[in-house]
Write a new protein. Structure first.
Length: 382
């Protein structure tokens, strides 16, 4: 078999082998080409931006919702559209849009746990911990760190979600009066009566879910609890799981200072079941700042902040096992004698856990031999 030569009509005007513009790399020609292309890119980029910015708000909101609802996204790209430029962010900054995006981020968690009992929720959290997608953690963390998210916004979003999705389900408070709550109720019957009245209304299904009223009932009880070691205080703070437990709290909620709004938002985090930790390269600095702001420096430490923040993640951290300065300051605070007996006993509890070198053993026990730590007081304690 022989090959056949195929010829095309027309004349070849230039020879590829002798064309000077292709045989030699001329820097001037490249420079001229770049100068000619630059305005084209500029015009195209400008046209693309203006076209996106000129989209109707309704369409932008749909795009934003689709990005936020993407199950496969595991970084902060779900908020990329409103962050892409100030004008888009302004367009998507209406409260209605923000509420809708926030509800999308928390819908699965709220839908899974709303109305379940404490025992059911505990079992579900253990069995489903690994099933929660990472996107939920990242998205919820991003949303809760937004500057426009305060406690009023969170409660409004929960109420809007419940009005639409919780029909036929009864909200549950975790009202089991364990040791710390039994003691609290004996000391303050008014708190007990108000709280149990609220709980009974839910049990009897005569009370329509009110996110703010339920939060305030739990908060009013929590602020009455004295500083108490973590194993004993958890039952007085926990509520329904309202967020993924591995959500990353905003650092300013951990390091303070705390005004009333931040205190309430911090309590919402703990009540929602979030592990209040800050696990990254700045971990030790965050813990030291937390300890100083919550316990060492304030003239009058706030029991609610202590109960929310001072747990095993701080007390058992190696950072404090080598920090004589922090331990010395805790001992100095005890020696000043300006705190309540409950507070001084809590400081001793902290020192016992942090002082692995036994350098401050003189401050381990209370000077009052008859004093019983708050977490160990039974219902018959007097």
């Amino acid at each position: 078999m022989t090959s056949t030569t195929v010829q095309f009509g027309g004349k070849r005007k230039t020879s590829l082998s002798t064309a000077p513009d292709l045989a030699v790399d001329d820097p001037q020609s490249h420079k001229k080409m770049k100068q000619a292309v630059a305005p084209v890119h500029s015009r195209c980029s400008s046209r693309s931006r203006s076209s996106l910015q000129n989209l109707p708000l309704e369409l932008l909101e749909i795009c934003s919702d689709l990005l936020v609802g993407s199950a496969g996204i595991s970084d902060s790209s779900h908020l990329a559209l409103p962050r892409s430029c100030p004008s888009l962010g302004a367009k998507l900054s209406s409260k209605t849009t923000r509420l809708r995006v926030f509800i999308i981020g928390f819908h699965d968690t709220w839908d899974q746990y709303f109305g379940v009992s404490k025992s059911q929720a505990s079992l579900m959290r253990i069995s489903d911990m690994k099933k929660w997608p990472n996107a939920d953690i990242s998205l919820q963390s991003d949303l809760l760190s937004m500057p426009w998210v305060d406690i009023d916004f969170i409660l409004e979003a929960q109420q809007a979600w419940a009005d639409k999705y919780s029909r036929g389900r009864c909200y549950r408070h975790y009202e089991k009066p364990e040791l710390i709550l039994q003691y609290l109720y004996e000391e303050n019957e008014h708190v007990r009566d108000r709280y149990m009245q609220h709980v009974r209304q839910h049990e009897e299904k005569t009370w329509k879910f009110d996110a703010r009223a339920c939060f305030e009932a739990d908060y009013e009880r929590a602020v009455q609890i004295p500083p108490t070691p973590e194993p004993f205080v958890a039952s007085g703070l926990l509520g329904l799981p309202d967020a993924h437990p591995f959500v990353r709290p905003p650092v300013d909620l951990i390091t303070g200072p705390w005004d009333e709004e931040k205190k309430r938002r911090l309590f919402w985090f703990v009540r929602a079941g979030i592990d209040v930790e800050y696990d990254d390269e700045d971990f030790s600095e965050v813990m030291l700042a937390c300890l100083d702001a919550a316990v060492i420096s304030p003239e009058k430490p706030d029991p609610l902040i202590i109960n929310c923040l001072i747990g095993d993640w701080i007390l058992n951290c190696p950072v404090f096992h080598h920090s004589r300065d922090a331990l010395a300051k805790l001992c100095t605070r005890i020696d000043r004698g300006v705190d309540t007996q409950d507070m001084r006993d809590f400081l001793r509890y902290m020192i016992r856990h942090m002082d692995n070198k036994l350098e401050f053993w003189m401050h381990y026990e209370s000077e009052d031999e008859d004093y019983v730590p708050i977490g160990l007081r039974g219902p018959d304690w007097e």
